[in-house]
Design a protein around this ligand. Sequence first.
Ligand code: COA
Length: 163
Amino acid sequence: MGKKALYAGSFDPLTNGHLDLIYRAANLCDELVVGVIGNPQKIPYFSIEERKWLIEQEIKDMQNINVVTFSGLLADYVNNNGFDIVVRGLRATMDFEYEIQMAQMNARLYKKNVETIFLMTNPNYSFISSSMIKEVFSLNGDVSGLVPETVLNHMILRKQGVK
Ligand code: COA
């Protein structure tokens, strides 16, 4: 049976760093599910459905990637949907402590052996986060090249009050 992997995050919005990770993770497994999840600690910019749609626009040509939305515990979603692998990205050492804590807590909650695989973020994007993109963009800074074009266009429409 093929290996099924989950890459979950807020993706608010999707960045080129996320996208690079999505492509690379998809090459490592048979099926990759990108899970868009609300993070109660973060004020949403795009709705969960908008974020899902924006990711779908970028992965249209990839046969083995699906985008879903879910809520609640990541470990519950993993248990209920038969995942073998959870993929996470590491941008810098500062990510490591938070990530290991989360991976170890989740590991206690998985009902079968699920491996958390960490991929090093592409150095071209290791300094960005969705919040930084939003902040720079809101102050009229240039974020082109850091987010997919469709995402940037949607951010422009949002700023113009069209979306
Ligand atoms: N390139 C660019 N940016 C990246 C990146 C990459 N490769 N990888 C991460 N980032 C950014 C993200 O956009 C995010 O930016 P933001 O904080 O400005 O929004 C930041 O780095 C942190 O990313 P991440 O740790 O993936 O946060 P997240 O909110 O996207 O995802 C969840 C965290 C949703 C996976 C986690 O909160 C979760 O599992 N929630 C479910 C509830 C649960 O099970 N809780 C118990 C956990 S033990």
